[in-house]
Design a binder for this molecule. Structure first.
Ligand code: NAP
Ligand code: MG
Length: 403
């Protein structure tokens, strides 16, 4: 078979540790034999980020804006221990944070579901995709410890110097604590549009929830902005696509999510998304099966796995020991990017290839061949644990049959 051609490149962001090893294996075993891979390559491995004073991260984000589609390998976010391990010039910022800021994107996380691995909530039959608003609230707060006898007020000074004051609390008989939060309408609006676009793109209903009954200005503003943008810009498109926008209170949403069978997007405020994405990921099974895509309001897509660089497995690998690291989320980042490239370029052969590669991966696991993390969870009788590379070779055996 002739290799599939790509007219436009995808941006390739290489990374660190075990995921960097897996990255090369995926390309060598499952992609390059079939696709004339056309990528604009950026090495975001920590060594090269340090060499370029992190310029490579900025360049890769700008290239993503230009080409519209990127695939990213997991990368180390440096801490004190990494400073010495990699002899770093500076404690470089999280690449994901830098890229997200440049693209002004929203992150959507979704699990990959396979037969034989039952979610801890067995009623969940389809993926639940979590969209987390990544700006403001408690993550950009201002807080104080307050001593007994103090009076705390909100004070806002407008452009003309007029002050508005509102009592928070008079502390009488006890010390206490206070916290100031903010958000900005523009960021909430970008978040809403990213969510509605992604719902249309993936043909799934979207849910949104806040505590607007208690927080009549703060949370209610989120609700109002979502509703206004939906009514003015998306209602007709949603009707045509046969999907719905559903708003409810956050506690009602949690109860409904637990009772649901999945198959929708759940848009969350920043803190709710932080907490609920960990809950949903754990309930669905392994981190190795959780995908992530960053979508900008102007329709730029960056695909990656939700997990990190799997450091513990990498150190084993360096010692020459066998590893059994799950490559599925990283592989689905590649298929997500290839499929999107195919859609944007009208390259059906490329999109079909991505579909088949995903199917070969799921078939492999459903045939009982899997990595250690899934082996522990699977209830298949014929299950067999394989190492990192064997797993990819098993996928390739099934892929070859389909092409
Ligand atoms: P991690 O790499 O996600 O790994 C945590 C643990 O989860 C692993 O030790 C492993 O458990 C399990 N695990 C995760 N992915 C797996 C996979 N594909 N297959 C099998 N098991 C998997 O998180 P971390 O150890 O907290 O962070 C390591 C590095 O990754 C850090 O430097 C961090 O900065 C970076 N990180 C990057 C990103 C990103 O680029 N998006 C995200 C998170 C973290 P067992 O050891 O029990 O097998
Ligand atoms: Mg969290």
């Amino acid at each position: 078979m002739a290799k599939i051609k790509m007219t436009t490149p995808i941006v390739e962001m290489d990374g660190d540790e075990m995921t960097r090893i897996i990255w090369k294996m995926i390309k060598d075993i499952l992609i390059c034999p079939y696709v004339e891979l056309n990528t604009d390559y950026y090495d975001l491995g920590l060594v090269h980020r340090n060499e370029t004073n992190d310029q490579v991260t900025i360049d890769s984000a700008n290239a993503t804006k230009k080409y519209g589609v990127a695939v990213k390998c997991a990368t180390i976010t440096p801490n004190a221990q990494r400073m010495t391990e990699y002899n770093l010039k500076e404690m470089w910022k999280s690449p994901n944070g830098t890229i997200r800021a440049i693209l002004d994107g929203t992150v959507f996380r979704a699990p990959i579901i396979v037969k034989g691995i039952t979610p801890l909530l067995p009623g969940w039959k389809k993926p639940i995709t979590i969209a987390r608003h990544a700006y403001g609230d408690v993550y950009k707060n201002s807080e104080m410890k307050v001593s007994d006898g103090s009076t705390a007020e909100l004070v806002v000074t407008d452009n003309d110097g007029n002050e508005t004051r509102q009592l928070i609390h008079k502390f009488e008989g006890s010390d206490g604590i206070i916290q100031g939060l903010h958000n900005i309408n523009g960021s909430i609006a970008s978040f809403a549009r990213a969510c509605f676009n992604f719902a249309l793109d993936t043909k799934q209903d979207i849910w949104f929830a806040t505590k607007d009954t208690i927080s009549k200005k703060y949370d209610h503003t989120f609700k109002d902005i979502f509703q206004e943008i939906f009514d003015n810009e998306y209602k007709a498109k949603f009707d045509e696509a046969g999907i719905t926008y559903f708003y409810t209170l956050i506690d009602d949403a949690v109860a409904r999510v637990v009772r649901s069978e999945g198959g929708y997007i759940w848009a969350c405020k920043n803190y709710d998304g932080d907490v609920m994405s960990d809950m949903v990921a754990t309930a669905f099974g392994s981190l190795g099966m959780m995908t992530s895509v960053l979508v900008s309001p102007d329709g730029v897509y960056e695909y990656e796995a939700a997990h990190g660089t799997v450091t513990r497995h990498y150190y084993k690998h360096l010692k020459g020991e066998e590893t059994s690291t799950n490559s599925v989320a990283t592989l689905f980042a590649w298929t997500g990017a290839l499929r999107k490239r195919g859609e944007l370029d009208g390259n059906k052969e490329l999109s079909d290839f991505a579909d088949k590669l995903e199917k070969a991966t799921i078939d492999t696991i459903e045939d009982g061949v899997m990595t250690g993390d899934l082996y522990i969870l699977s209830n298949l009788e014929n299950k067999r644990k394989v190492n990192t590379e064997e797993f990819l070779i098993e996928i390739n055996n099934r892929l070859k049959e389909m092409l």
